[in-house]
Ligand binder design. Structure first.
Ligand code: UDP
Length: 472
């Protein structure tokens, strides 16, 4: 009987929602008493997610979605960083979410089947809701859609603030000693928000709130991040339990609302005709829109490198993106390359024709490429991607470096030149025997094993399930 309910609160963006729903599916598969209720907030300025969320959730029989009503006072003050904006919106939603949780709890109390709500699982950005859980005597857990290295940075942030209360200097050459990292971490690979006062404040508040959680579920595995994970697994202090439950991926590739299905068919058909491991895939995440000057550099780099390519091109401009390509580019490329818009990334990385990935280093993209054993060359753009790139290249030896500290133009980034792009792609595609390519294949095997029955991430989920059923 499905009588143990968990309430999940994701950040309402596609990337966060997809992993949290997939995690819900794993819990439901691993324990036949669990059912899940997801409270879906609205972020102003974001496309409405509801139809997509509903289509994802409808494939999960024991998942129910409750819409949090739109905020009456929808205005937010102008913030320097997105993170500060999201923090404020989440805080404003607290009273609305409290009402829904109270309703759920009282209706379950009246329910004849004796469903018991066991825990509240908050996305990282929803940590300001942690006190709600305590108010209603539910244990609060955090689901981190990113990695253990990021969690180590959060732990470092709250400790550092005791000695130094200032935001970080963007141009500082300082190297930081962060527990959980093998190497010192250059300040310039920190998330951009930490260079802004309001972003620093938001991150600091979030970092401190981890202490109030009962546990942190991280979308990683011990094999992917052995050093950072061991730091947390052997942590002696009062830090919450950390459960490495990943990789949590949506491999069934539900069609994303931005995906053009006819174009998807053309892309896959084209890949079917390319030799094994010959195509480099370029894709910069759900928000990676490029300025026209950068589009030209990439196009020139692709012409120079002479490799086959599939490029998910999305620009900052209105109108058709291909308009910004250099004149005659598509004719000169002929059948050697293909340019598409929003790409069916999982299917592409799974395709045997793909031999390398120029990636913005979003954590989902990294996990997908590791899963399919496709090596990455790093081109981080926003959020915590510079830290992810640093980890992949320097900490884990799982990627080659194009840039570690690039920032998108909205964060003051400069151009990556055609020659850098050419060299990055050549290094990725031509060194077939290099150590990182072999290591990627090895980690891919281990990550797949980790989520199988008896694997380390499967066992971590079992432990979480045990802990919510047997809380004091
Ligand atoms: N994605 C996709 N096609 C695209 C761009 C992104 O399918 O053209 C998917 C990708 O497979 C991944 C997610 O969107 O699952 C992006 O998540 P990630 O954490 O890598 O980056 P974000 O978009 O959050 O920056």
């Amino acid at each position: 009987m499905r009588n143990a309910e968990l309430i999940f609160i994701p950040t309402p963006t596609v990337g966060h929602l997809v992993s949290i729903l997939e995690f819900a599916r794993r819990l439901i598969d691993q324990d036949d008493t669990i059912r899940i209720t997801i409270l879906l907030m609205r972020l102003r300025g974001q496309p409405r997610l509801d139809p997509y969320a509903r289509s994802l959730a409808s494939s999960q029989p024991f998942v129910q979605i409750i819409d949090v009503p739109e905020l009456e006072d929808n205005r937010t003050s102008v913030t320097q960083s997105v993170e500060a904006h999201v923090y404020t919106v989440v805080e404003k939603n607290i009273p609305l979410v409290r009402n829904i949780i109270m309703d759920v709890l009282s209706s379950r109390a009246l329910d004849g089947v004796q469903v018991k709500v066991k825990a509240l699982v908050l996305d990282f950005f929803c940590l300001p809701m942690v006190d709600l859980a305590n108010e209603v005597s539910l244990p609060p857990y955090v689901f981190l859609t990113t990695n253990a290295g990021f969690l180590a940075l959060m732990q470092y942030l709250s400790e550092r603030h005791g000695k130094d209360t200032s935001a970080f200097e963007r141009n500082s050459e300082e190297e930081l000693s962060i527990q959980g990292f093998v190497n010192t971490v250059p300040t310039k690979v920190l998330p951009s928000a930490l260079f802004w006062e309001d972003g620093y404040d938001a991150y600091l508040k979030l970092a401190r709130l981890f202490a109030k959680a009962k546990g942190v579920l991280v979308n990683t595995s011990i094999d992917i991040e052995p050093y950072s994970m061991n730091h947390f697994l052997h942590e002696q202090g009062s830090y919450p339990s950390v459960y490495p439950v990943g990789p949590v991926l949506d491999l069934n590739a539900h069609p994303h609302p931005d995906l053009d299905l006819a174009r998807r068919e053309e892309v896959i058909k084209w890949l079917d005709h390319q030799p094994e491991g010959s195509v480099v895939f370029l894709c910069f995440g759900s928000m990676g829109r490029l300025p026209s000057t950068q589009v030209k550099e990439i196009a020139n780099g692709l012409e120079l490198c002479r490799h086959r390519f599939l490029w998910s091109l999305r620009t900052e401009q209105q109108g058709p993106d291909s308009r910004l390509l250099p004149e005659g580019f598509l004719e000169r490329i002929g059948g050697r390359g293909m340019v598409c818009g929003f790409a069916p990334q999982v299917e592409i990385l799974a395709h045997k024709a793909v031999g390398g990935f120029v990636s913005h280093c979003g954590w989902n993209s990294i996990l997908e490429s590791l899963w399919f054993g496709v090596p990455i060359v790093t081109w981080p753009m926003y959020a915590e991607q510079q830290l992810n790139a640093f980890m992949m290249v320097k900490e884990l030896g799982l990627a080659s470096e194009m840039r570690l500290d690039y920032r998108s133009r909205s964060s003051g980034g400069e151009l990556v030149t055609a020659n850098e792009i050419e060299n990055g792609i050549r290094c990725l595609m031509e060194e077939k025997d290099n150590a990182s390519r072999k290591k990627v294949k090895e980690v891919s095997r281990m990550a797949r094993k980790a989520v199988m029955n008896g694997g380390s991430s499967f066992v971590a989920i079992e432990k979480f399930i045990h802990d919510i059923h047997h809380r004091e």
